[in-house]
Design a protein around this ligand. Structure first.
Ligand SMILES: [Zn+2]
Length: 479
């Protein structure tokens, strides 16, 4: 009896980052500091940009030369893109740039290629603030398109199947630029030494895309030992992400959850093979597989459409892969193994345990009567990225500082009502004063993770201006 080989692999769906639409609400309010002399950058005309102004009211100390140097740094990082966890050259480039501005302390190779740089401003006094700015450094395992802007400008990634498709090269350049900003703030207040009272930490993290980098840094003893545990005294931690599909330079704010918690769940099913002519002598996981997929999809549908009573907020499941049978699959053999992979998301961390338990129950229920063994494992785990609570609305709140910084920089800002469904590793640091915001890369800019995406260098000026004003507001007593 002949056996006919044929692959029975079912690849169902690939998860795609979904961007929630936010209604545009123009923010208004008072300035916390006076607007410095206008520093125009009218020559910076971003391509693919619509809407927002073509100049930024940047702090005067952010020079054209600095922006040119950061553009250079960004394009070098882009050209030599590295995968998550392999950011050796990238971190070296950033370190060389930052150390030029003489940090008071630094530590490298934290949780892989992570780095921390500390700048102390003014003498230690009560009310001192510790302010942290964080960047991610990793590229993606995607082949960059020949149609990309980077190709035209000669900085296309030299590494096949690796490129900066999420703009982490740009985020790194912006936070590296903060080393120069700190030096400028020192110079600005050099005749008024009592004005400065704060510590600024620049944090560069590896492996954001896999959700492993922040946790790896946190678990490295060098992280908590840095400068006698200063990392545990962080008052405000800021990070940003460039965001295509939104007006260039527009700042997107969100109180409460900014980006969802998520987890990759791998479900392995094991039965027993038999001759396909006598399936009753084996234990095929086919029935359990289809029941699990059907129940997961059912829960996903309900979760997308209404708030379920067992959860406090929105939940989402996406079945991303399914496979039935071993590698040598034949028409003559009843399959003995199967696999389902699902990405689960929640807006609140506390809902994640409930959702995982619900998935576990679905799997057990489907397997029990069919005598199929199951095993669940997890990867790509992200906490929710949480800004301060929704009910915080004082002028001193960090969200307010971001909003007024946007105003002073002549950038529009909007407050979003819904969190983003994608996840962000910044939440895994669990700093107490986390404030994460997005800045538009242009309505028509290629989407993140598309092979023709390229971080728009024109965004470095508004992004750096945001961080610079936030730093001044928190470490200078008189603003
Ligand atoms: Zn990213």
């Amino acid at each position: 009896m002949p056996a006919y080989s044929q692959s029975l692999i079912l690849v169902l769906l690939l998860s795609v980052a979904l961007f929630a639409c936010a209604s545009d609400v123009l923010a208004g309010g008072e300035f916390l500091v006076s607007i410095p002399e206008l520093n125009t950058f009218n020559n910076l005309q971003p391509t693919n940009c619509t809407g927002i102004s073509n100049f930024v009211n940047a702090p005067t100390y952010i020079s054209t030369t600095l922006i040119e140097r950061l553009t250079n740094l960004r394009q070098n990082i882009h050209k030599n893109a590295e995968l998550p966890g392999e950011e050796a050259e990238t971190s070296e480039r950033i370190k060389n740039f930052v150390t030029e501005f003489l940090p008071d302390d630094s530590v490298v190779n934290v949780g892989g290629h992570g780095m921390l740089f500390l700048f102390k401003l003014g003498r230690e006094r009560p009310g001192r603030k510790v302010v942290l700015f964080r960047a991610d450094m990793d590229g993606l395992p995607i082949q960059e398109s020949d149609l990309s802007v980077s190709k035209l400008n000669n900085y296309k990634s030299v590494h096949p199947n690796i490129f900066h498709g999420c703009g982490h090269d740009g985020h790194s350049a912006v936070v590296a630029g903060m080393a120069s900003v700190v030096q400028s703030i020192r110079q600005k207040y050099q005749n008024d030494t009592d004005a400065l009272n704060g510590d600024i930490i620049l944090l560069f993290q590896p492996a954001e895309e896999t959700g492993a980098g922040a946790t790896a840094m946190k678990n490295d003893p060098k992280f908590t030992a840095f400068d006698n545990g200063i990392i545990n005294r962080v008052d405000a931690a800021f990070a940003l992400h460039n965001l295509p599909g939104h007006d260039f330079g527009k700042v997107l704010l969100k109180r409460g959850t900014f980006a969802a918690a998520s987890k990759g769940v791998r479900i392995e099913l094991r039965g027993e093979t038999s001759h396909a002519a006598q399936p009753e002598k084996g234990r095929s996981p086919a029935g359990a597989l289809s029941k699990i997929i059907s129940d997961l999809e059912d829960l996903a549908f309900k979760g997308r459409n209404r708030l379920l009573p067992q959860y406090r907020d929105f939940i989402l499941l996406t079945v991303v892969h399914a496979h039935l049978g071993g590698s040598d699959v034949a028409y003559g053999t009843t399959p003995g193994e199967a696999r389902v992979m699902v990405t689960v998301r929640t807006y609140l961390d506390e809902d994640m345990d409930t959702l995982v338990q619900e998935v576990r129950n679905i799997v057990s229920k489907a397997c029990e009567s069919l005598l199929i063994e199951s095993e669940m494992s997890f990867s790509d785990e992200f906490y929710a990225t949480r800004n301060e609570p929704e009910n915080t609305s004082t002028d001193k709140s960090l969200i307010e500082l971001v909003r007024t910084s946007a105003e002073e920089n002549n950038l529009q800002s909007i407050e979003m009502h819904e969190p983003f469904r994608w996840s962000e590793d910044f939440g895994n640091f669990q700093f107490k004063g986390t404030t994460y915001f997005a800045i538009g890369s242009g309505v028509d800019h290629p989407s993140l993770h598309n092979d023709d995406y390229d971080y728009p260098d024109e965004l470095t000026l508004p992004a750096l201006s945001m961080f610079a004003r936030l730093a001044e507001k928190l470490v200078v007593n008189k603003v």
